[in-house]
Design a protein around this ligand. Structure first.
Ligand code: ADP
Ligand code: CP
Length: 316
């Protein structure tokens, strides 16, 4: 039987744990745990393609650059995005390789530096929404607004964060190469951090831009382009809820397109967290019977594939 093809979008908690200093070592430690779930899925017979976020990481790389500007020229934002994609991809590919080794296997895994085309007139450039880097107090945030011209917003009661433009992903530049690598049997890590955002000039050449693409939306684009069977969005919660964090909170095992669209209009999904996930899931399955999007936790991943947990979004 043909293996089901799954695009896994790894959320922030798969890369970093809250409350622990955000070092490279702690990221690698967290990823060591994360990849066990990913390898379980591969060993269960699925063909897996891995995508991941980069908000905290790219924000920190930008800060490191700014802090060293008196010693060496700062790198532009798109390069910082590429660096975040590179080092997170490196950690995930090393983690997967080591996990296979631990299980006595030698499966191949590869990260692809991936550019994603966006529209230079995307409204996202005028309305920054993607939180990056660390959390700040209100006082620190106001200072950064004045001194560095950052856009800062309050993030779900957890503090203030810098926000940057988050245009929609339109085209995955390295798609054909990614398909070739998948066909060889490698586990491919791609569109990390939503992909490095680039615009296409009139002559067809590409140019990096200062933005961070939402990784759930980029993963959805990838899943569609690869004709994947499942878009698998792994985050910190086992299911999607309506009335989230309210006394009448209700966890959902299944969401139809009509229900999802109704709940989106009613404001059940927080922008910048659950909303892009549900939107990506809806876009992936809409008008495509047989395709499935699943939103669940890392721990619930394998059980969700067996229909035992998670929120499944289908078009019926
Ligand atoms: N309606 C909802 N149902 C479930 N979780 C929600 C909902 N609205 C907001 N959330 C929050 O969204 C979080 C996932 O978003 P986020 O942390 O941005 O994801 P990521 O895993 O991509 O980093 C969940 O852990 C939960 O705290
Ligand atoms: N690029 C992106 O969506 O990153 P986060 O998931 O870390 O926000």
């Amino acid at each position: 039987m043909k293996k089901e093809k799954i695009v896994i979008a790894l959320g922030g908690n798969a890369l970093e744990k809250e409350g622990i200093p955000a070092t490279a070592e702690s990221q690698l430690e967290t990823i060591r745990e994360t990849v066990r779930y990913v390898v379980d899925i591969i060993e269960d017979g699925y063909q897996v393609i891995v995508a991941h976020g980069n908000g905290p990481q790219v924000g920190r790389i930008v800060l490191q650059n700014e802090g060293a500007a008196h010693l060496t020229p700062s790198l532009p934002f798109d390069v910082c995005g590429a660096m975040s994609q590179g080092y997170i991809g490196y950690h995930i590919q090393q983690g997967i390789k080591n996990e296979f080794k631990r299980r006595g296997k030698d499966n191949g895994v590869i990260s692809v530096v991936t550019q994603v085309v966006v529209d230079q007139n995307d409204p996202g450039f005028k309305n920054p929404t993607k939180p990056i880097g660390p959390f700040y107090s209100e006082e620190e945030a106001r200072k950064l607004e004045i001194e560095k011209g950052y856009n800062v917003v309050e993030d779900a009661g957890r503090g203030y964060r810098r926000v940057v433009a988050s245009p929609k992903p339109l085209q995955i530049v390295e798609l054909e190469g990614i398909k070739t690598l998948i066909d060889t049997g490698l586990t491919v890590i791609t569109v990390g951090g939503g992909g490095i955002p680039v615009i296409k000039r009139d002559d067809g050449t590409l140019e990096g831009v200062a933005a961070v693409i939402d990784k759930d939306l980029a993963s959805e684009k990838l899943a569609k382009d690869l004709d994947a069977d499942v878009l698998f969005i792994l985050t910190a919660v086992e299911q999607v809820a309506i009335n989230f964090n309210k006394p009448n909170e209700k966890w959902l095992s299944e969401l139809t397109i009509a229900e999802a669209e109704k709940y989106i209009t009613e404001g059940h999904f927080a922008p910048g967290s659950m909303l892009p996930k549900v939107m990506a899931a809806v876009d992936f399955v809409k008008g495509r019977p047989g395709k499935k999007a699943i939103i669940t936790s890392l721990e619930g991943a394998l059980r969700a594939l067996q229909g035992e947990t998670g929120t499944v979004i289908i078009d019926r």
